[in-house]
Ligand binder design. Structure first.
Ligand code: SF4
Length: 220
């Protein structure tokens, strides 16, 4: 798909789902948060759900966590407009509570469709919810962060959520190092990533549940 078609398709998809009322979060949201960035991005970042500021502005990763993400992107020579940033949920859970499993199951199709349209080479999952969803695992983020998983032709790399690092500054250096690793992945040839030694076989690294990997990732 060409860049123009990709942009048009993403725009069309946004218009199709922006008034979604498929779960109860539609009743409490201020704004639907589709995501932002380049429809032709090589790298996509996927967080958890909109917070208070995101809900007010209709944009992902604004506020302090967004500022940190911008700084980390800048540290590897990226601007927001170079990547695409989205969340597992498009509407804010009240009080910033964790996303519910039913909400994730209802909303995840939108994220998978965004991934299908944008077709990024690398997906960085920020925190446990997007990591567990896209790697089809229940392992903790501390076990998985910084590792690169190959899913079909795509690399998926879990990292800590910037908001979590704001509350645990001791993890900042780890997050900075993980961004350097993202940079190495981006710079590497698509067939032979620079972090090849870290690339892990999903089958041996993730725990299976009733939904098979092939089924979940069929949309990719
Ligand atoms: S969270 Fe997702 S499924 Fe629920 S109303 Fe928002 S867009 Fe629709």
């Amino acid at each position: 798909m060409g860049d123009y078609d990709r942009r048009e398709k993403l725009k069309e998809f946004y218009l199709k789902i922006k008034n979604c009322k498929e779960c109860e979060l539609s009743g409490s949201r201020t704004k639907f948060v589709f995501g932002s960035g380049s429809a032709c991005a090589q790298v996509m970042f996927v967080g958890e759900a909109p917070g208070k500021n995101e809900d007010l502005q209709g944009l992902p990763f604004v506020g302090r966590a967004g500022k940190l993400l911008d700084e980390l992107l800048g540290s590897i020579g990226f601007d927001r407009s170079d990547v695409f940033i989205a969340n597992v949920l498009k509407c804010r859970p009240p009080g910033n509570r964790d996303p519910g499993i039913e909400e994730i199951n209802t909303c995840k199709g939108y994220l998978l469709e965004q991934i299908k349209i944008i077709d990024p080479r690398i997906i960085c999952t920020l925190g446990k919810f997007s990591t567990n969803l896209l790697l089809n695992t229940d392992k903790g983020i501390n076990t998985l962060r910084g590792k690169v998983f190959k899913v079909d032709s795509r690399s998926i790399m879990p990292i800590n959520h910037p908001a979590a690092v704001l509350y645990a500054p001791s993890r900042m250096e780890i997050l900075r190092q993980d961004f350097q690793k993202i940079k190495r992945l981006v710079d590497s040839d698509s067939e032979t990533p620079a972090c090849k030694e870290d690339i892990l076989d999903l089958k041996s690294e993730t725990t299976g549940d009733k939904q098979s990997k092939g089924e979940q990732l069929g949309l990719f």
